[in-house]
Ligand binder design. Structure first.
Ligand code: ZN
Length: 315
């Protein structure tokens, strides 16, 4: 039987979880507090970051981070009927390569790295190869913070999403260790551990909500760049054209194609961001399972403090 105070502690913890008290709300920072730090936005496909985390990536870059975009697959499978642009496997590869470069440009990211695994086929790529490639990039770019899929999230069906996420989680920790892939040090790299992680997911375990209201137009542009796949791209202007053939129009879609694309994305794709923002008293927000510094638990035993308190002279 549990003692009274222990039961109360358990109940309190459960109540805090249920009421959402454990969620940290990240506001827009003044100035550029992150200057000198490096961010890696890591995605399986060209539309992952745009849909789930491009507001946060744009916010962190605006606040001083130097950012890079890493894409694990070549997106050769395209997308569902009705999403993106229909095309052959080869056309999907080229279209998404161009779109991904444009996503990086509109988010202010410095460079793109494409790992070029086949789309939907990452289930049996060598996890150790993936980890090694990511460790190399973390050490080369001196990455402090990553934004990626959550390796442990529920309801994820796409193997590319959870495989890149598992590779990232392991690499973030191993990159800081001197006995993992030491031959990289002979090429001039140094151990470099990633400090914190913003994980996004279809059904996130939300521990952090980020206010993206001030950069929402960049999120719209990142999704407008995804023409070959995804629900953004040119769907707004296509809808406007279809309606005109039926002698109809939606005032929402405006008078030109670019306005139609932007308004469509803001109204329909960012509906969830708007709803989350409303709950927190801002216009738009994104949700993350955030993992802070020291999560790998490598602090070690508290021997030094014990010695300080208890050591006595030998004689
Ligand atoms: Zn994806």
């Amino acid at each position: 039987m549990l003692a009274g105070p222990a039961v109360m502690r358990l109940r309190t913890a459960a109540a805090q979880q249920l009421s959402g008290d454990h969620v940290f709300f990240e506001r827009a920072a003044a100035g550029t507090p992150h200057i000198g730090k490096v961010l890696a936005a890591i995605q399986a496909h060209s539309d992952d970051i745009p849909l789930s985390a491009s507001g946060t990536v744009a916010k962190l870059v605006k606040e001083g981070y130097t950012g890079y975009l890493v894409r694990a697959t070549n997106d050769d499978m395209g997308d569902l009927p009705g999403l993106g642009t229909p095309g052959s496997i080869g056309e999907n590869v080229l279209g998404n390569e161009r779109d991904n470069d444009e996503v990086a440009r509109v988010l202010g990211l410095k460079r793109v790295f494409n790992l070029n695994y086949n789309n939907h086929r990452m289930g049996d790529v060598s996890l150790n190869e993936l980890i090694c490639r990511l460790i190399f990039l973390i050490r080369l770019l001196k990455v402090d913070t990553v934004v990626c899929w959550d390796p442990w999230a529920h309801d994820e069906e796409n193997p590319d999403h959870y495989m890149i996420a598992r590779g990232v989680e392991a690499a973030c920790w191993m990159a800081g260790r001197e006995h993992d892939y030491p031959e990289q040090f002979a090429a001039g790299l140094k151990p470099h551990e990633v400090r914190d992680k913003y994980y996004f997911a279809r059904r996130p375990e939300i521990t952090r909500v980020v206010d993206i209201s001030s950069v929402v137009d960049q999120k719209v542009e990142a999704n407008r760049a995804n023409r070959a796949k995804g629900p953004g791209g040119h769907h707004g202007s296509q809808l406007r054209t279809e309606l005109a053939k039926r002698n109809q129009r939606l005032p929402l879609l405006g008078d030109d194609d670019a306005t139609a694309d932007r308004s469509y994305i803001k109204e329909f794709l960012l509906e969830g961001d708007r709803e989350l923002g409303r709950k927190h008293g801002v216009e738009y927000a994104e949700a993350f399972h955030y993992v802070g510094p020291g999560a790998s638990g490598a602090a070690g035993p508290s021997t030094e403090e014990y010695i300080r308190q208890h050591a006595v002279p030998l004689k």
